[in-house]
Design a protein around this ligand. Structure first.
Ligand SMILES: *[C@@H]1O[C@H](CO)[C@@H](O)[C@H](O)[C@H]1NC(C)=O
Ligand SMILES: *[C@@H]1O[C@H](CO)[C@@H](O)[C@H](O)[C@H]1NC(C)=O
Length: 253
């Protein structure tokens, strides 16, 4: 069988999927080196899975819960040690690690050779050697909708599919969403679930707004928008406020 076909087989057969806030986590049961797992995730999904909070960690583990092997959830996630600062960790999809879930005594950088991160059976994290092979978790950021709609129509469209426009909870989510735009060669801004209502910006799915990514300086119209009251992710990967009646592509979660 051709290599291409083989890859397609494990992309489609050995996976279970669980939805998160900005995307869906998938478990890939084929054991690989961390770098190969990253290549695989980038090819068939968006990237290796990242974790913003405890809720995300539970969703990731859930993606593998039907597995029967006792070691199923000893699996790579997108964690890697910052090459320029050994005490700091980053996500494969971009951005620094903010929430952590290390097991007791980890990361210990055993023999100074552990620069990648994986889960233990209980979902706690351990640093490990990139040259070991483990199954892994990938995240696919929600599909870009290739139809242009006003912000309200886009929201309605997502909700008809029992979904919602995406909310972006971290730097890593933002960078992953931008990666998905680039993968689609998009050269224009896309609607996300950001809306100015009752004098404040909020996420329409009810997520609390903690992380913000407005551009610095320049146009400060978002602080008190008169009519540009709907939010988009810009080509530059930041938030922009626009007229809700403009028709744009959009991202459902
Ligand atoms: C390395 O990262 C740690 C943790 O984020 C930080 O406290 C420290 O200042 C950094 N060191 C350097 C040299 O940047
Ligand atoms: C984006 O552009 C690249 C290079 O021109 C092309 O190979 C790829 O198929 C395009 N992707 C999409 C989704 O159109």
């Amino acid at each position: 069988m051709e290599k291409q076909t083989l890859f397609f087989l494990f992309a489609s057969v050995f996976c279970a999927a669980v939805e998160g806030e900005v995307g869906t986590h998938y478990y890939v049961s084929k054991a690989m080196h961390w770098n190969d797992a990253q290549t695989h995730c980038r090819k068939y999904y968006t990237d290796l899975s990242c974790v913003n909070d405890q809720k995300d960690m539970e969703k990731i583990l859930k993606a593998a819960e039907r597995q029967t092997s006792p070691k199923w959830n000893i699996a790579w996630i997108g964690l890697y040690r910052d090459p320029s600062n050994a005490t700091r960790w980053k996500w494969s999809g971009g951005g620094y690690v903010t929430y952590t879930n290390w097991a007791t005594g980890q990361p210990n950088n055993y023999f100074n050779r552990e620069n990648r991160g994986r889960t233990f059976q209980n979902g706690k994290w351990n640093d490990d050697n990139e040259n070991f092979r483990f199954p892994f978790f990938c995240i696919k950021i929600s599909e870009l909708k290739h139809e242009k709609k006003t912000w309200e129509e886009a929201l309605e469209h997502c909700r008809e599919e029992h979904s919602d426009l995406i909310s972006i909870a971290s730097e890593t989510d933002r960078l992953l969403a931008q990666t998905e735009m680039q993968r689609n060669n998009l050269t224009e801004h896309v609607w996300i679930g950001l809306r100015f209502l009752a004098d404040q910006w909020l996420w329409v799915d009810g997520e609390t707004m903690v992380y913000k990514a407005w551009p610095e300086g320049g146009d400060e119209d978002h602080q008190c928008p008169t009519w540009r009251r709907c939010g988009a992710l810009t080509v530059e990967g930041l938030w922009g406020n626009y007229n809700c009646e403009e028709k744009r592509y959009f991202l459902c979660r």
